[in-house]
Design a protein around this ligand. Structure first.
Ligand code: GCU
Length: 427
């Protein structure tokens, strides 16, 4: 039985396929940069009433808070902050998980004070302690993700609780095979054994447990969440809450002595890539982020016109954004901020922005120009930014990394190999 978001994704993929080559993944992203509009406004120039940024202090003290507010006003609505989550219960699911590579636990987490707030489940896989007799076992660096399918499918562990809400999706059966064929072998299930073997703890949650991924459910879930966030402005978009969900998971994970809280990375694909980018921009506890094929409202420019438009995204997914964003449908020129400024809020931390040549819908070219536009902030803060001059240049030592592979929208083995290499380089 195949349920929830993946069934909708398959239907959408087919529907999109009927309406043009770009959504179907038949076009190839352009690698041309000459004559293309650079990201604007230039990231260190005057912004509204704010003077040009001349120093690191100007950026961190003056510009960064102003930009966070601008992204809340124009795109995402209030991003919950300052309200913590806590562990309600925990159970061991498998003491010899992934053929003995580690252990698997499930943690029930409640948002806000007390246990009455909305809850979600976090699946946590930990690598076996390193068998080094001379030293106590080291705490593991962490990769935290949000999934499309829910924890049992994503971790390949049917013992985990099925997701609340829409039931998520399974990783076996005919539809799962079709989805894997279209969107890649890891679209449902992460290569957890490989991740553990490289020494990382891997945690995942299904953000639709908190705010459901359709317009109707999202409205009800946002309303249900508001009381738990008393004292902070009520969120108006799913993406803002999904971004905060990374922070709520970190509240619990970073208190775990088996996890190295100073080496925490997050990962998200597509809509969850948008959420992960917002989290990287707003949450200082994130040390590194992998933003995969996040597209419009994520790491590609709003003012880039190769892929999905503001009109298309706000029509199909009104609940992802604050209502203000829809005002820029067919009027992108008027938006006062663009996504290079959101990316820049992650500086000087390592950021890996990954793409597929055939995934023009998420606009790799606009994403490369967004990284170029964000780069001056890494340099201002004393880090090597983007060192690639062209979309085709391989990753080469910059802290702001652009990765592109063959093929379309989805999660493939080549993606995970690149993600893990990035983590090895940067964590
Ligand atoms: C749709 C949507 C994209 C989104 C993607 C996904 O294609 O148009 O903006 O990134 O779904 O989340 O898979």
């Amino acid at each position: 039985m195949f349920a929830g978001v993946m069934r909708r994704a398959a239907v959408l993929a087919l529907a999109a396929g009927l309406s043009g080559c770009t959504p179907l993944g038949l076009n190839t992203a352009s690698n041309r940069l000459d004559g293309m509009e650079p990201a604007r406004p230039a990231v260190l120039d005057a912004f509204g009433e704010d003077r040009p940024v001349l120093s690191a202090a100007d950026w961190t003290q003056r510009r960064a808070p102003l930009l966070r507010r601008a992204f809340e006003d124009q795109l995402y609505g209030p991003v919950p902050a300052g309200v913590k989550a806590h562990e309600v219960s925990r159970r061991i699911i498998d003491a010899a998980f992934a053929e003995g590579a580690g252990t698997l636990e499930e943690i029930e987490i409640a948002i806000g004070d007390g246990d009455a707030g909305p809850r979600f489940r976090l699946a946590l896989a930990l690598p076996k302690p390193l068998a080094d007799v001379d030293r106590p076992p080291r705490a593991a660096p962490l990769l935290l993700s949000e999934s499309f399918c829910g924890n049992p499918g994503h971790m390949g562990a049917p013992g985990l609780a099925p997701p609340r809400g829409d039931g998520g999706c399974e990783n076996t059966g005919f539809m799962a095979r079709v989805i894997r064929l279209i969107f890649g072998v890891h679209i449902i299930e992460a290569p957890v054994a490989d991740i553990l073997a490289r020494g990382y703890a891997y945690a995942s949650l299904y953000p639709s447990e908190i705010v459901g991924d359709n317009a109707e459910r999202a409205q009800a879930d946002l309303a249900a969440l508001a009381p738990a966030l008393a004292g902070s402005p009520a969120p108006t978009s799913a993406l803002a809450v999904w971004a905060a969900a990374y922070s709520w998971a970190l509240d619990v994970l970073e208190a775990d002595p088996r996890i190295d809280a100073s080496r925490t990375a997050i990962y998200g694909h597509s809509r969850h890539g948008k959420a992960a980018l917002i989290s990287a921009a707003f949450e200082p506890r994130v040390e590194a982020a992998i933003i995969h094929q996040s597209g419009k409202g994520g790491a590609t420019l709003t003012r880039s016109y190769a892929g999905e438009s503001v009109a298309q995204i706000t029509r199909s997914y009104p609940h992802w954004f604050a209502p203000a964003y829809a005002a820029y449908a067919d009027n992108e020129a008027a938006i006062p901020v663009d996504q290079h400024q959101l990316i820049a809020l992650a500086a000087p931390r390592p950021l890996f922005v990954s793409n597929g040549w055939k995934d023009v819908w998420s606009d790799p070219n606009g994403s490369f120009r967004a990284l170029q536009g964000a780069d001056p902030v890494w340099r201002l803060l004393g880090a090597e930014g983007l060192t690639q001059a062209d979309l085709r240049e391989p990753v080469s030592g910059g802290v702001l990394e652009f990765f592109i592979r063959e093929g379309g929208h989805g999660v493939r083995s080549a993606d995970w190999a690149a993600f893990l290499d990035f983590l090895d380089r940067r964590l």
